[in-house]
Design a binder for this molecule. Structure first.
Ligand SMILES: [Zn+2]
Length: 274
């Protein structure tokens, strides 16, 4: 089903499990709605184009808690439709900063330009009513990244930290040398692998869904290791699925030269050390 709101923006949705929906927009962000007996959890809110709150309120009449996988604006731009949202403390710094200048009209139709922020931390449990969701801190792509594991469907919602196409390891609040970021990413992937019995599928925030856990976790662990050891297969052309780095109008042009490394199904784009 596709809905067009008064601004002409589209959302699409499809049901991925009982009481569980995937929602997308014209930027192919994947947001997820998990509905419990008492309340619903919306994982990420999209770019802010279109009234995402109205859209999800047509799916459920339960109170909706909004939580962001991280602070990048394609996941937090819809927060302004809610009085308060939830995120990791490291996500707060960039959550309200739009990637591009939307102009003053962007906030004019929003209900809460100064929405409140509540904090989530590692190992928090969100109770939705006969359904609980565990929070895991997995920062690498961005300092504020968290994942969610849903007890009901055994889904792992990984944000931008584990995706097909590629994971971007240069869009942090503070960009560190790639070896350090790859080390953090590998630590997170190994932790997720150690919790493998808690989830059956991975639902990322971009590109294709769902992902097969073992294949992706193992290939990313190997790729991270190759990058850390400086023996990764570097491709000078960083362009790829859902990601154009080398075009002139790319929003990533400001980062300068980027490298793409791949192993199996895993691919990482990063800024090489000078
Ligand atoms: Zn991101």
């Amino acid at each position: 089903m596709i809905n067009q709101d008064s601004g002409g923006y589209f959302f699409g949705k499809w049901q991925i499990a009982e009481d569980t929906w995937c929602i997308t927009n014209r930027w192919s962000n994947f947001m997820y709605l998990l509905i419990g007996k008492e309340k619903a959890l919306l994982i990420d809110s999209g770019t802010g184009e279109g009234n995402i709150r109205k859209f999800v309120e047509e799916i459920t009449d339960k109170p909706i808690m909004v939580a962001n996988t991280h602070g990048h604006f394609d996941y937090t731009g819809g927060n302004f439709w809610w009085k308060e949202v939830w995120m990791h403390k490291e996500a707060v710094e960039c959550a309200r900063n739009a990637f591009v200048d939307w102009g003053p009209e962007f906030l004019e139709d929003k209900d809460y330009p100064e929405y409140g922020i509540n904090l989530l931390k590692d190992c928090d449990i969100i109770e939705l009513g006969e359904r609980s969701v565990k929070v895991l801190s997995i920062p690498a792509h961005n300092e504020g990244s968290i994942a969610f594991i849903d007890s009901k469907t055994k889904g792992l919602f990984s944000g931008d930290e584990l995706e097909s196409g590629q994971v971007l390891l240069f869009v942090r609040n503070e960009n560190l040398p790639i070896r350090e970021v790859a080390k953090a990413h590998r630590t997170n992937m190994e932790r997720l692998k150690s919790m493998r019995d808690e989830f059956d599928y991975i639902w990322p925030a971009h590109n294709g869904v769902p992902l097969l856990p073992d294949r992706y976790l193992n290939d990313f662990i190997e790729l991270d290791t190759q990058i850390i050891e400086g023996r990764d297969n570097k491709n000078e052309n960083a362009n790829g699925f859902g990601f154009g780095a080398n075009t002139e109008d790319s929003p990533f042009a400001e980062f300068g030269k980027l490298i793409r490394s791949s192993y199996g199904v895993a691919s990482i784009v990063y800024k090489p050390e000078e």
